[in-house]
Write a protein of this length. Structure first.
Length: 134
């Protein structure tokens, strides 16, 4: 997985090993940001259930002013910090580790865009033994 456009274009993003995070696909992320267009420039962004941080990092790469990442898993939060450094965007991103509901209740910032891609349960299809959305 990589950053699609902007100043960090083509930079590889990592996902925490053993993480249940399922990153937003590049194609879908590209379509979303293409529809947002220049409105992302100078925007303040909140990335809830951040996982790898791909949504907020993409926004920063395309010109967002700042991004706040909320992630409950400490390993994933550490990977987001590393991804921000890898993209040279660590001065514009803040990673908060904690349950989204609790962190959101304590935030006083205002945001122009909020990306929230909550985890969903995955089950196995008993006929095929493949993962599927429960």
């Amino acid at each position: 997985m990589r950053v699609i456009a902007g100043i960090a274009r083509r930079t590889e993003l990592k996902v925490a090993s053993g993480s249940a995070a399922r990153p937003f696909l590049e194609k879908a992320r590209g379509a979303l940001f293409n529809s947002i267009g220049d409105a992302i420039v100078e925007a303040r962004v909140l990335d809830v259930y951040a996982g790898s941080g791909s949504m907020g990092i993409e926004a920063l790469s395309r010109g967002a002013q700042k991004a706040v990442f909320i992630e409950m898993d400490r390993n994933s939060a550490s990977v987001i910090t590393d991804n921000l450094k890898r993209c040279k965007l660590d001065d514009k991103g803040t990673v908060i580790t904690g349950r989204a509901e609790r962190v959101l209740a304590g935030l006083s910032d205002e945001f122009d865009f909020i990306f929230a891609d909550p985890p969903f349960p995955v089950a196995k299809d008993w006929e095929t033994d493949k993962e599927c959305v429960a």
